[in-house]
Write a protein that binds this ligand. Structure first.
Ligand SMILES: Cc1cc2nc3c(=O)[nH]c(=O)nc-3n(C[C@H](O)[C@H](O)[C@H](O)COP(=O)(O)O)c2cc1C
Length: 194
């Protein structure tokens, strides 16, 4: 299974890195990291760019429109931009292929392939919200990296795995990254599936 992965310049690039780690034995990943994301990886995580590149199958420059990923004829299962900046979201929502990541998203939509965006910004302005609606209407799946507590996260890694698990759910890939809600038992205690 080939999956194209874009990491763009927002805080939380570690979510994209964790996604690559989880996919290592599951999928053939084709990675593009934006210029700002490269800098944020260096400042915000303990990973070097070389460490991150080792986690993927193939890596491409964001300026490389000659890469196979830029063509609809290259058959990948899905593309995921995690995290997705408001700038990249805007380019997707408006069909503006300014770099390889936005081109991959455009190709996914035109080829009716799965496209998942993990937009990160707070607070969201009206343009951000409208661009999310436009991307959704065009066929993208929007998974913001939101906090959640029903799975009883113990630390930040659990929070990150929750978002990565939600992406995997949308890709229909089995995982145990977070505990699923199982309803309440007779004693009104929460039950979870392992
Ligand atoms: C440390 C840092 C954190 C940033 N966090 C965000 C963010 O959370 N969301 C966002 O939309 N942009 C954020 N930005 C701004 C984007 O990086 C900027 O708009 C850039 O043009 C995005 O380009 P890209 O999508 O090609 O990576 C951040 C920039 C820096 C330097």
């Amino acid at each position: 299974m080939k999956i194209a992965v874009g990491i763009t310049g927002t805080t939380g690039v570690i979510i994209g890195i964790r996604f690559l780690e989880v996919l290592q034995d599951i999928a053939e990943t084709h990675l593009v990291i934006s210029d700002v994301a490269e800098k944020i990886i260096e400042t915000e995580t303990g990973y070097t760019i070389e460490d991150v590149k080792k986690l993927c199958g193939k890596c491409y420059k964001n300026s490389d429109f000659f890469s196979p990923l830029a063509s609809g004829s290259f058959n990948f299962y899905a593309s995921v931009v995690v995290p997705c900046s408001m700038k990249t979201l805007a380019s997707v929502a408006n069909g503006y292929n300014e770099n390889l990541i936005s081109r991959i998203c455009d190709v996914s939509l035109k080829q009716n392939r799965k496209l998942i965006l993990v937009p990160r910004e707070a607070p969201l302005n009206l343009i951000h919200l409208k661009n999310m609606v436009a991307a959704k209407e065009a066929g993208a799946i929007i998974i913001p990296p939101l906090l959640s507590f029903y799975h009883k996260p113990g630390n930040i890694d659990d929070m990150i795995d929750f978002t990565v698990g939600k992406i995997l759910d949308s890709l229909k890939i089995e995982h145990n990254l977070y505990k699923r809600w199982q309803g309440e038992n007779e004693n009104n205690e929460n039950e979870y599936e392992n």
